[in-house]
Design a protein around this ligand. Sequence first.
Ligand SMILES: C[S@@+](CC[C@H](N)C(=O)[O-])C[C@H]1O[C@@H](n2cnc3c(N)ncnc32)[C@H](O)[C@@H]1O
Length: 405
Amino acid sequence: MSSLASPFPQEQEFLAAFVQAIETQSFDRLILSQYKGELQDLEKMTWRVIHLQGEQVLQCLYRYKTQDVTKNYPLAQAETVVGVMLLASKQANLFSMTEELQLKKNKKKAMLTRSKTKTEVKKPLEQGHDRIKQRYVDQDASFLQHLGVTDAKAQVIPSMARKWKQINKFVEIFSGALSQIQADDHALRVVDFGSGKGYLTCALYDYMQKHGQTPNVTGVELNPKMVEFCQNVADQSGFNQLKFFQGDVRTYEPERLDVMIALHACDVATDFAIHTGIRLNAQMIMCAPCCHKELRPQLQAPKVLAPMLQFGIHAGQQAEMLTDTIRALLLKAYGYETKVFEFVALEHTSKNKMILATKRKNVTEPDPEVMEQIQALKEMYGIQKHSLELLLKGEWDQQDIGCKC
Ligand SMILES: C[S@@+](CC[C@H](N)C(=O)[O-])C[C@H]1O[C@@H](n2cnc3c(N)ncnc32)[C@H](O)[C@@H]1O
């Protein structure tokens, strides 16, 4: 029996169940919420076991108000690190292959409920294999072979190692955000704007399907060859509700949208995609912007920043930061909780920023305080035009957004 400085036997029992699930390899995930400890703005923790460089480690995704932080711990420390955070959390949910436990507590009492696992939990990956195992995407999945990420023996093709890492990171972030949004009883309607070769579109379809969802996913892509390729991959993989549509993000108008994805959609294609998400009241908006071209020619250096922005590279970085800050603030103004963070570490790709927004409230008018902040930033840098702002105001002026990136 594990020992914990808790007045509640139920809490001891919960921690013991966690340790047992780890030891018997039946552990799926642990969620600690309503954290009341010393870490400021920490809202929730999601713990999983992942394989890293051939070893199993306990990974925690710490969800703060404005950012997510991931940390890995040796499995030998699992009981200690989880024990400390459990004491400081008012609710804990443990999911194993066989049962689900929920612990709720206040100052006076604790309540523990146990039930049989409802959703199918995949068997944990066996140790000792000679390939690196990833937690979020099953390396044996056939779509990976059809896409050329893995070979016939389900080994990652060396030149695709970075893409493989990016796919997993993306699904990890997606799964965290998915658990935050309100799932209606209908099939989740997802659109991936600028879906390219469909790596991420297929991965999130596969993930949702394996986690009890009935997803309805559309990839929108300009390039007809890519659309044809991706539709073949989807059909071969048995992804019946995954469709690829040849068209322009600027003119694609879905009827309903729960999750908006736009990863590396060129330049203002990202703004169109975000606008569609906001307009259709999407619960989740996830984008990794790319090739920011719109603000750079408009950028005027405020006097004090002129020595810094005289260097072209700095002016480019500033324009990029300003573009994405205005996007994030607009999302906030329209009722979204918005985070901006690193998507995949710099050594893997230079397109490494993610804006993740989850709907928190319905708004009839954008928050005036946030709109003032945007206006002040625009004035400071002499910005006349930001596509997302114009689209939201209904003042967009058509222009070419062709991109060769
Ligand atoms: C850099 S790729 C990203 C692909 C994919 N989202 C990913 O992250 O792997 C950008 C894709 O967006 C497509 N694209 C760019 N502008 C578009 C537009 N206006 N409408 C539809 N697709 C567009 C391009 O053809 C390209 O395939």
